[in-house]
Design a protein around this ligand. Structure first.
Ligand code: SF4
Length: 401
């Protein structure tokens, strides 16, 4: 099936830093590590005040030349462990160094186990206008298996409180693919999510990452995930279920509810920058930055190092890289094909004239195997193609290296 183009294509071209920048603030604290998670975070919540102070200093050092900014994203970790007054402080400091668009999207990720009506009202008052709740599941057995700190009931309550606090742009994250999960269980999760009518739903396949409890379990021979065929079935079920319920898939894992009767767009503006090579600046430990061209850099992935470096009046950068033409080409292909807007073939040919002929050979295979459809200048994977994306990109890499 070729997906319809529900939204105007995201501009994929690498047009440089004239595009508005997204600001990402990594809040590196969690009450308890989830068993599947390899994002950087620590349980040392007594360091929250020190982190906020350091982050204000990092803003003063790292944000130069008053960039135009139209998205701010508090991610983590668990940003909802910051009090509303700390969030307000960071936004206030930031606004002194950037040129904020009047309609800036300001997202805060929240764990349902860490919010109440007062804190949610406080975030809204502080200027947060988009809340993303890490629900993951409404099934208490699944939540327990994942090591989450909240129940399904608490997640529903958090959604209700978010609405009462005034959030009219609400996202819900769900995870699927854990051992023992049936399609009936997943359908119950999707139905609960839909019943809450969020503006945005992200559905991620469970993956077992490096240094996590799940990885240790797998090394001991325990099964953590469903097999590939079963996960593929749940992916197809996800898309059909959410599309039938009125949500539009705009990226492999992301779905937005069309805004009826208004011009609001509930796709994540901030995350769309990652798929379309727009510049972003990462603040906080382990945060990554990209200049919109070839340069990427990242901060220390250790809170202690981050705090010590900033307290010495230095930027907490740990590394940087200049992307090669081949890396940029592959990322353009991979990220473009993740979106339902599709990969802009004319833009790709224009920006990579030497590598495009190799891609044309891959294109033949993609078309022959019925993995995508072409609509004018855009190549769009169908659902079968989305399931084969990693293989497609490996094939393209083999052709260009
Ligand atoms: S999934 Fe979220 S709450 Fe759980 S450890 Fe990772 S960052 Fe923390």
């Amino acid at each position: 099936m070729v997906k319809a183009n529900h939204n105007p294509p995201v501009d994929e071209r690498n047009t440089g830093t004239c595009l508005p920048t997204g600001i990402y603030i990594h809040v590196p604290f969690c009450l308890r590590r989830c068993r599947y998670c390899d994002f950087f975070s620590t349980e040392k919540t007594d360091l929250i005040d020190g982190f906020v102070e350091a982050c204000t200093k990092e803003i003063a050092m790292a944000v130069v030349d008053s960039p135009d900014v139209d998205s701010i994203y508090f991610g983590g970790g668990t940003p909802s462990l910051l009090s509303p007054s700390r969030v307000a402080l960071l936004l206030d400091v930031l606004s002194g160094f950037v040129n904020l668009a009047p309609d800036t999207e300001i997202t805060l990720e929240a764990n349902p186990g860490t919010v109440d009506l007062n804190s949610l009202k406080g975030y809204r008052l502080a200027g947060v206008n988009r809340l993303n709740l890490g629900v993951q599941s409404f099934d208490d057995g699944v939540l327990d298996f994942l090591g989450r700190i909240h129940t399904g009931g608490a997640a529903m309550e958090a959604i209700d409180m978010a609405r009462r606090a005034g959030f009219d742009n609400l996202g819900i994250d769900l995870i699927y693919g854990m051992a023992g999960q049936t399609s009936g269980m997943w359908e119950a999760d999707l139905a609960k999510a839909v019943s809450a009518c969020p503006e945005h739903v992200s559905c991620y396949m469970l993956t077992v990452e490096g240094d996590t409890e799940f990885a240790a379990l797998e090394r001991q021979g325990r099964t953590v995930c469903l097999d590939d065929g079963q996960v593929a079935g749940l992916f197809l079920q996800t898309v059909v279920f959410l599309e039938n319920a009125g949500w539009r898939q705009y990226e492999i894992s992301n779905f937005a509810r069309p805004a009826s009767g208004s011009c609001r767009d509930f796709r994540s503006r901030h995350n769309s920058k990652y798929w379309s090579f727009h510049p972003y600046l990462g603040l906080g430990p382990s945060a990554h930055s990209f200049d919109g061209g070839r340069k990427r850099s990242w901060n220390h992935g250790s809170l202690e190092k981050y705090l010590a470096t900033v307290s010495r009046g230095r930027l907490p950068g740990q590394g940087r890289e200049v992307l090669t033409t081949e890396q940029r080409f592959l990322e353009r292909v991979y990220l473009g094909l993740r979106t339902c807007s599709g990969l802009d073939l004319i833009g790709l040919k224009h920006d990579f004239p030497d590598l495009f002929p190799a891609f044309s050979r891959a294109l033949d295979v993609i078309t022959r195997q019925d993995l995508a459809g072409q609509d004018g200048r855009y190549l769009r994977l169908n659902l079968k193609g989305m399931l084969r994306l990693d293989g497609i990109c490996r094939h393209v890499a083999d052709l260009i290296y």
